[in-house]
Design a protein around this ligand. Structure first.
Ligand code: G6P
Length: 368
């Protein structure tokens, strides 16, 4: 095990730190710079069906579901196809309506999650084209789909999923661009995304350098038992994921939600010193997020902000700032989630928890 840990104290930290490399592996052979194409061999037989698809249903559980929610935004934004993410456990029992030309896209690191498999079967029986976004090669879900894209991020051992999430979001981005380009996305726009995607592993590396800074900040608030995570747009699912990570391994109660929802109830929770994490990179909704931050600050909350490099304005409001490079909005989750992974990791270690063996959790839930 010591050898496998490669000098890291925990698998989770190792997997967080190896994300630049795992993302490079995920992208290998898939970003064709010269031809300006996204290459997804696993989908090539079904390209026409994907272009004609009228609806995507993205289904998953846990962290994979959060990736799926980002997928919903990506597919609508970049491929202009109606999409919705659904918890597999809910979808399968609701007697789901599958319209013509529907695609069910199951996301699963292990490829063995019982509910995700059942939802996939249900939709496929009702006529949907079944796609898989899976890490584990040859797993049950990968065998039961018509086509798919593997993550190729390597085995994930840490119970709290990190590099698989980044791989899932990356693959969903590629799928959305693949479909989008065949519908309306201009060649130069795709070329720009390819450029930006290629830079992401280095960008993540830059974020990882803040690990010590993040630990020092977390240390000052880690005694607090209730946290909020808020974001908008593409960063709303990132808020959910940040809260889940913290819950899973540090046992701190955390809730994630769209920043605007705070006003509809959760704002009542905010008191002196409550940590509130804002995922607030520069983008179309930046000003709205700033006004949400002001509201929390006025009530004594302690603001932890994930913000764009060079954004000085945020310093006026935030008690702690974690920096991410400036990337196009649809790619933001791939960088904004990284400081939240480190936050959860350091929080758990500071609280003396066993990060790789969190209580009550399993790496893969193969019963309903
Ligand atoms: C378990 C794991 C989570 C994971 C979820 C879905 O709850 O602890 O980390 O996100 O299952 O697993 P899957 O293998 O389908 O991605």
């Amino acid at each position: 095990q010591q050898i496998e840990l490669g000098g890291y104290e925990h698998f989770m930290l190792k997997e967080i730190m190896e994300q630049p490399e795992s993302l490079r592996n995920c992208f290998r052979g898939r970003l064709d710079h010269r031809e300006g194409r996204v290459v997804l061999g696993g989908l090539s037989k079904y390209t026409r069906d994907l272009v004609r698809a009228k609806r995507f249903i993205v289904t998953a559980q846990g962290t994979a579901y959060h990736a799926g929610l980002i997928g919903e935004y990506l597919l609508e934004d970049l491929a202009k196809v109606p999409a919705r993410a659904a918890y597999a456990s809910e979808f399968r029992y609701r007697n789901p309506i599958i319209e013509d030309a529907s695609v069910i896209l199951a996301i699963s690191q292990s490829g063995e999650t019982a509910d995700t498999l059942a939802a996939l079967r249900e939709a496929r029986e009702r006529g949907a084209l079944a796609l898989g976004v899976v890490n584990q090669v040859g797993s049950t879900i990968s065998r039961e789909t018509d086509a798919g894209v593997y993550l190729h991020v390597g085995p994930e051992i840490g119970v709290a999923s990190t590099k698989a999430f980044v791989g899932q979001v990356a693959v969903l981005t590629l799928i959305a661009l693949y479909v989008g380009r065949r519908k309306f996305l201009a060649a130069d726009v795709l070329a720009h995304y390819i450029d930006q995607l290629e830079k992401l592993p280095d960008h993540i590396q830059t974020v990882l350098k803040q690990s010590d800074h993040i630990r020092d900040c977390v240390e000052k608030v880690v005694d607090r038992d209730n946290w909020l995570f808020l974001g908008r747009g593409y960063n709303y699912p990132v808020a959910l994921e940040g809260a889940l990570k913290l819950k899973e391994i540090s046992y701190i109660h955390a809730e994630g939600m769209p920043a605007a929802e705070m006003k509809h109830g959760p704002i009542a929770l905010i008191d002196e010193g409550m940590p509130v994490v804002f995922i607030a990179p520069r983008g179309s909704q930046y000003d709205k997020v700033i006004s949400n931050i002001e509201e929390v600050k006025a009530r004594g909350g302690r603001i932890i902000a994930v913000a764009t490099e060079g954004d000085e304005e945020i310093n006026r409001y935030a008690d702690f700032v974690f920096r991410v490079p400036d990337v196009p909005e649809p790619l933001q989750p791939l960088v904004t989630v990284v400081p939240l992974q480190l936050l959860a990791y350091h929080g758990a270690v500071l609280r003396g928890q066993d990060v790789d063996k969190p209580r009550n959790l399993a790496k893969s839930v193969t019963v309903e």
